[in-house]
Design a protein around this ligand. Structure first.
Ligand code: HEM
Length: 124
């Protein structure tokens, strides 16, 4: 549902978090907030939603306070962490994927998501 072009627009397949802050916010999400349902909606909506948002914001802010750069480390990643080679000729997201997303109970990065981070010089 979160990739439906009739709900999210022609670029629905793109991973582009800017859609939550630019003109697409008004055009799609604010017109119909029920199109965004990771926590579901209504009387049985996830009780931990605000907690989860807080926890994730806190973690991201702590990362940004301690590291001046965070990037994928494809050279250190084991072979199973790379997406299958044939994906490069595929359609949509698969064509540009640099990690190997898989689904179990939740989505995860097969073989891990290997990152390199540069410690920030907080004295500078
Ligand atoms: C990214 C993190 C999370 C996601 C995507 C998520 C998603 C969901 C979803 C889809 C439901 C089902 C709602 C329904 O049945 O209609 C749910 C229910 C629930 N979640 Fe979460 N959840 C997350 C984190 C948490 C956390 C951190 C807690 C507690 C600290 C929590 C507590 C609950 C509870 C108690 C329910 C049952 C609510 C009910 O049935 O009345 N969730 N969650």
């Amino acid at each position: 549902m979160h990739r439906r072009k009739d709900l999210w627009g022609p670029d629905a397949e793109e991973f582009d978090p800017d859609r939550f802050i630019d003109e697409r916010l008004k055009k799609y999400l604010l017109k119909n907030s029920f199109i965004f349902l990771p926590f579901n909606a209504g009387p049985r909506i996830c009780l931990g939603q605000q907690f989860a948002y807080n926890e994730m914001s806190f973690m991201i802010i702590r990362f940004l306070q301690h590291f001046s750069s965070i990037s994928l480390d494809e050279d250190s990643a084991p072979p199973e962490a790379h997406p299958p080679a044939e994906w490069a000729q595929g359609e949509g997201r698969r064509r540009i994927e640099r990690v190997f997303p898989k689904i179990h109970l939740t989505m995860y990065a097969n073989g891990g998501m290997w990152l390199k981070m540069k410690e920030a010089d907080n004295n500078a």
